[in-house]
Design a protein around this ligand. Structure first.
Ligand SMILES: [Zn+2]
Length: 133
């Protein structure tokens, strides 16, 4: 009986270890993950230059500071709500909320206008490289 329990536990631990190794090898240092659930959201390869910049600081009407990084695509996001131009930070570009497609954490905004891109809040993402340490 004891022998059997040990075997079952061993199989369980091996599966768990295998999963951890799998997650680690698929992860790249330049990936950006949701800080709440570690889902891959996008990567530095997707950075989008708006006026020759990919990082911005904005204050919303409520007085909150946001450090944004702009990305051409963010496969880990889904959009919520109707796009609006109200208080937009990028002239002529309407925004809708961009949330993590796994845990719904609010990660930033999707902008559509002359260009289509995401502005994601730096503090709500974690860089893949940080998880390699
Ligand atoms: Zn998430």
């Amino acid at each position: 009986m004891e022998e059997k329990e040990h075997t079952i536990k061993q199989i369980y631990v091996d599966a768990e270890l295998k999963e951890k190794v799998k997650v680690k090898t698929e992860l790249q240092p330049d990936d950006w993950l949701c800080i709440a659930c570690n889902k891959k959201i996008t990567t530095d390869k997707e950075r989008f230059e708006y006026n020759n910049q990919t990082e911005f600081q904005f204050i919303n009407p409520g007085g909150f500071y946001f450090d944004l990084i702009t990305f051409e695509s963010a496969d880990g996001c889904r959009e919520i709500g109707e796009p609006t131009l109200e208080f937009t930070w990028f002239k002529g570009h309407s925004w809708s909320f961009a949330v993590c497609s796994r845990c719904s954490n609010h990660l930033g905004w999707k902008y559509v206008g002359k260009y289509s891109f995401y502005g994601l809040i730096k503090s709500r993402l974690i860089k893949g490289a940080a998880l390699f340490n």
